[in-house]
Write a protein of this length. Structure first.
Lengths: 194, 194
DNA sequence: GTCTATAGTTCGATAGAC
DNA sequence: GTCTATCGAACTATAGAC
């Protein structure tokens, strides 16, 4: 029986830094640019330390996914209970870096089963939480589609538009934003007129 | 002045095969799994041949993108002039392999400028063609949103739903498909009742 | 058109010193 | 907790033979 590999603690500052650096690499240069050497270089440590904290690169990707997801879950919980959950749901996906990171994770998930499973699981948790918030809220909005459909539509279009804009597309994007946001304002209380 | 590198012709059977193999690798294992060695191995040739035909890997990715895009443009031209352009637009993104390939290309585009430029250009060409087909058609459908918005919505949701399903998500997907398809049937002639 | 051979990089992961 | 050193493997790209 081999001696179990040593590994750093969850709360280590260095560990946090390695995750931060990895996120930045993925956003800037894609998941394929992630390597223990590159991470080490950007973080100012040695490659061996990456393996000390995470074992394999897959474990590192998993840790990154979990941290990000938990952050977002917490943030979402707060915002969804506000007075305009549809709108906050809509805004949630607007962050460009977040959208790129998600794209990279989805591309990763396409061929790394552990990532796919974990990512799908978190996505479903998000959806369940959002659905609950909407169900409590949407009944009296007079919408003709089920809350879950409204949810899938808003989340899907939000992501889609950010990706198209991030790719450099322009046709129809501003117009679609306007139509959707007008619709949301109509459903939920419009902001106070200036 | 150096002797220009030799390069294979566009119509070579081997070239076509190399592109086919590369597509398959990207779909199955992601763009990061694409290497001249892997391609050569899967195609039953030597790595040097990949460089003979494409020069660099970026050129290979570009060639792949162009071939795929031109194929889809031709196919789309045919289908969009049919009697139910909205529906055919909706169906166009349903192919799972196509969606995965597009995801990989978008992830690639996030950090390879040549890919991004070319991909965005093709995406805009697609949109322009689709828009023209819709404008000729949608006027008498009695829709309350501009054709271009309808286009962005349908294309976006089609892609989004395929990706979510491909990831393994389930909540709300079937319901959303139903709502959208019902809506499309209502806009365009519903299929003949059985 | 296809190959062999090779130069030069970069990578994952580990053992073990400090 | 962090490092040095290292093995073994994979990679891009090219030169040049056939």
């Amino acid at each position: 029986m081999a001696t179990p590999r040593r590994m750093g603690t969850e709360t280590s500052e260095t560990r946090v830094r390695l995750l931060d650096v990895t996120e930045r690499i993925m956003i800037d240069d894609g998941y394929a640019a992630v390597s223990s050497r590159r991470i080490a270089k950007d973080a100012g440590v040695t490659p061996a330390l990456v393996h000390y904290y995470f074992g394999t690169l897959d474990d590192l990707f998993l840790a990154l996914l979990r941290r990000r997801a938990e952050q977002q879950l917490a943030r979402q919980q707060r915002k969804l209970s506000a007075e305009r959950p549809l709108r906050s749901l809509w805004e949630a996906s607007k962050d460009r870096d977040g959208a790129r990171l998600l794209t990279e994770l989805m591309a990763l998930a396409n061929h790394r089963k552990v990532i796919q499973t974990e990512l799908a699981e978190y996505a479903e948790r998000f959806r369940a939480i959002q659905l609950k918030a909407l169900e409590d809220h949407v009944a009296d909005l007079g919408v003709d589609v089920p809350p879950v459909v409204l949810l899938v539509l808003i989340a899907g279009m939000s992501r889609s538009l950010v990706l198209e804009a991030s790719l450099g597309m322009t046709t129809g994007i501003a117009e679609t934003y306007e139509v959707i946001e007008r619709y949301l304002d109509q459903l939920e209380a419009a902001p106070p007129a200036g």
